[in-house]
Design a protein around this ligand. Structure first.
Ligand SMILES: Nc1ncnc2c1ncn2[C@@H]1O[C@H](COP(=O)(O)OP(=O)(O)O)[C@@H](O)[C@H]1O
Ligand SMILES: [Mg+2]
Length: 436
């Protein structure tokens, strides 16, 4: 069999002809739209005189027919004679950026439609939960309301109280940058946060959980965590053989949020167990326990953190022993690169944590020092990262001692190499003039 003639093949496809046709004359409301028909090799032609054919539902279509390729070619010829051109070509002649002009307004409309649909789904889900609650609570009058808490620009459903709910940090700052991550949590997506030590990966998840009252389990892969700890194991107690659930089935059954910290250090057998539950409804099969199936509780969420994965791979030399994660595995997650807070945000956090003692000028100077240290780290002038935790601790000790240099000893200098300490001391002196 010979390969299809390229000219013939190109001729047969009308993909490039799909879209809205208008006359270039400004203000002419007449349009034709060409889209793919339902049956193969057919095209749908619609005609209208509305201002905006792309706004679904709003445009009035007065002609709607299905034609074959040959018919379409004839129509295209006729329209060309009448001065109709594909809309993106009009835009192209005007702005020189065809795809961009046509794509963005179209996407905007698609985006609004999806938001509306999500809102409807959420309302239907709330109604279903409410109904279930009513059945258990008996009368509708004393039914418990479904509680949600506003985090950033989202309403997050609250969980039942649990001893593992983290404590709310009142000084924690939800940056608008976190909104997409919170939306993924609401949608039950698997979220991986990557970024330097102390950038705020763990605290972001914990603070969302704290505010929405979900219990959190953490499992660090950079240590002695075995597949037994993670999945479960058999043990003998008082002459009886007992199965002990690992953190994964525990979190799945109890509806806890599981953070797999430093996932780039995990053993392959742990990653294999995880892969099964990366789909939102993914079940875990406990092979060691006669293939018992663990289905996820609706409140169960799975998170991972890593320092040197994906976009952070350039810093692998700083995180010795980290494994490269394969792309297929990464593609099962939404991966967010979390950067340190900006100096303005960090100033805010310092003030929230240590006001009224710490004042605005002090806080902004300290935030600027942290920013300079991180810039030095990025240039490889420093080999240690500078976390918000470290900054807060330094500031607190500085308030107690009244001496930034003395406070920097236990909070910073003793934790880094002498070379790094000297570099940081130089940055500090640059911002804080010595007394006298
Ligand atoms: N947005 C924030 N608001 C207030 N404090 C923050 C914020 N992000 C991070 N921190 C502080 O920085 C510390 C380190 O963050 P952490 O979540 O432990 O970092 P990571 O998990 O990336 O190593 C936290 O204990 C918290 O005190
Ligand atoms: Mg962490």
């Amino acid at each position: 069999m010979s390969a299809p003639d390229p000219i013939e093949a190109e001729d047969a496809s009308h993909d490039a002809d799909l879209g809205v046709y208008r006359r270039a004359t400004a203000g002419d409301p007449e349009w034709w739209r060409v889209s793919i028909g339902e049956r193969p090799e057919t095209y749908r032609l619609e005609h209208g005189v509305d201002a905006d054919p792309a706004s679904h539902g709003a445009a009035t279509v007065d002609i709607d027919l299905v034609v074959d390729a040959e018919n379409l070619r004839a129509k295209l010829k006729k329209w060309r004679r009448e001065g109709f051109v594909l809309e993106r070509d009009v835009a192209a002649s005007e702005a020189g950026a065809p795809a961009r002009i046509a794509f963005m307004p179209e996407l905007q409309r698609a985006h609004m439609r999806m938001l509306a649909a999500k809102l409807r789904d959420a309302q239907a889900e709330d109604a279903a939960i409410q109904q279930a609650l009513d059945q258990t609570a008996g009368k509708a009058a004393n039914r418990p309301a479904i509680e949600t808490v506003r985090i950033g620009n989202l309403d997050v459903r609250c969980g039942a109280a649990h001893p593992l709910v983290p404590r709310v940090n009142p000084a924690y700052l939800f940056s608008p940058r976190f909104n997409d991550i919170v939306a993924d949590i609401v949608e039950n997506r698997r979220v991986m946060l990557i970024g330097h030590t102390g950038a705020g990966k763990t605290s972001l998840i914990e603070q969302v959980a704290a505010r929405s009252r979900h219990g959190v389990l953490r499992s660090n892969m950079n240590g002695q965590t075995t597949v037994g700890d993670f999945v479960g194991f058999w043990t003998v107690k008082g002459g009886e053989t007992l199965w002990v659930d690992g953190v994964l089935p525990t979190a799945m059954r109890e509806g806890l949020w599981l953070i797999v910290d430093e996932i780039d250090f995990a053993e392959p057998s742990i990653l294999a167990a995880l892969t099964a539950v990366l789909e939102p409804q993914g079940r875990l099969v406990l092979k060691e326990k006669g293939n018992e199936i663990v289905a996820p509780h609706p409140a169960f969420r799975l998170f991972a953190t890593a320092n040197a994965v994906g976009a952070m791979s350039q810093f692998r030399h700083l995180y010795q022993g980290a494994n490269l994660m394969n792309e297929a595995f990464l593609d099962r997650w939404r991966v967010y690169l979390l950067d340190y807070l900006t100096p303005a945000e960090e100033t805010d956090v310092l003030l929230r944590t240590l006001a009224p003692y710490l004042t605005q000028p002090l806080a902004s100077t300290l935030a600027a020092i942290a920013a300079d240290c991180r810039a030095a780290f990025a240039r490889e002038d420093l080999s240690s990262a500078f976390s918000t935790r470290r900054l807060l601790d330094w500031a607190e000790l500085m308030l107690r001692t009244g001496d930034p240099e003395r406070a920097a000893g236990p909070a910073i200098y003793a934790k880094v190499s002498p070379e790094d300490a000297a570099t940081i001391r130089g940055i500090v002196r640059h911002h804080i003039a010595p007394v006298g």
